[in-house]
Design a protein around this ligand. Sequence first.
Ligand code: AHR
Length: 552
Amino acid sequence: MLTASLRLNTRTPVAPVNPRLFGSFVEHMGRAVYTGIFEPGHETADARGFRSDVADLVRELGVSIVRYPGGNFVSGFKWEDSVGPVDERPVRLDAAWHSIETNRVGIHEFAAWAASAGVEVMQAVNLGTRGVAEAAELLEYCNIPRGTALSDARRANGADEPFDIRVWCLGNEMDGPWQIGHKTADEYGRLAAETARLMRFVDPRIELVAAGSSNAEMPTFGSWERTVLTHTAGLVDHISVHAYYEELDGDADSFLASAVGLDRYLDEVAQIIDEVRAEAGIERPIGISVDEWNVWYQTRFNEVDKEPLLTGEWNEAPRLIEDEYGVTDAVVVGSLLNSLLRHGNRVSMANLAQLVNVIAPIRSEPGGPAWRQTTFHPFERTARFARGEILEVDVSGAPVVETQKYGAVPVVDAAATRDGDDVVLFLVNRSTTDVLALSVEIPDVAGLALVDAETLTVPDGLDRHASNTATEPARVGLVRLAGVEVSSESGAAAAGSAAVSATLPALSWSIIRLAATAAAETLPAATSASSSAASPSDSSDATTSSLGDTRA
Ligand code: AHR
């Protein structure tokens, strides 16, 4: 058994938790839209044709903001095709994904879906085949209340009130040679700056996202950001980071250390932002919009799946990158969320790519069920319980795992938040073989007791690749975590301290929720919970609480 001691810094929080860290992404590709969120004729479809079983899962997932409509798709998108009477909309070739785009879902339909799902829209404009004018025209169409040709066209098309979209992406992955209208950093930087300038004239309230690198391994990474920001700093509010991770050649240790890779990537981009702003004397802050991140078995897609999919017939809603996620993938997603929290002072937005069917936490079958992938669970719990302020967690004393890709990394990956007297720990045990006995010191807190502790790990009798499927949708989920103990020293002083001890299963993502003893209650959360109430506050100076558990 491994052991580790962690300590929370409760004195200097990293940043408030920004709900926009829990965004997602719906692209017009594969079955994200058609037979994903939208399937007229499905037994759960609403009057507009949107699946309410999928919308229910989106709400449950706790997504705050959804990027739309691409992705690579947006670089060939004519937004005018997607408004007006549905029967009159043109059917187009989507060259990015070798698909047929019917435009049955467009700007209006997506805005209505987003409103009903309770999510904010983050709209991308096409800077691949189009430019400054078309971006500004789309903005006028969406955000100007009335009295101009385009705002009145929107009203005539059924939306009397403006969509009032605040966050706009200036193109997508323009550094990538695969991108329609791919550009050099100077070409893109100039175009993004001029587009930003005109869009701000049209609606000064908007936030703009410049496109950063497609991944940290791009040969232009670093110089791309520097050049683009040199053109756009002062005009944009965010620069994007895209980050996908996968297990290669069975190297689970490197894969499980992906959050270390994301930590480094974010640190590098943050440093470039600081340097460019300092050199140019730019006051306007620039956040990092991690507007595509996830596990994606991209090598398999590029080397095996892509060829027949992207050269064969042109089809509507083909099955594209419908990755089925196992336990390991969910643990990695949990640790990537931790990395985003750790960088909550620099990351202004983050979008799990994507939301439904396409590398997604939610899957659906045409005419069939919708279900939660393994990755749904860490996202849902983190989005729901990361509240208040982000706290730094010192993991420096933990044992390390030697990895090929990132060197020696701590076996435990951790993040924490504090909302008043409520403290939540998000913990990953990266070891694929050893349980980890953990103690966590939480200084400067009033008496704390355990509210709940859950874990996602390899279910008994299955392996680390176990996944959820249409026929077995709940094979992998959260179970109550055994043996969590909280001892709390309150004494006479207002601020005492607490110590948490827990045993994290090998290869697991866990959440431990604590609250001031007076407020602590046990919520029915874990799928196989058999809990007893957390110890109520008592009059003694030291209390210990624990829960009945199901995970030994
Ligand atoms: O999310 C899938 C694709 O990944 C997006 O279209 C593109 O932006 C990225 O390369």
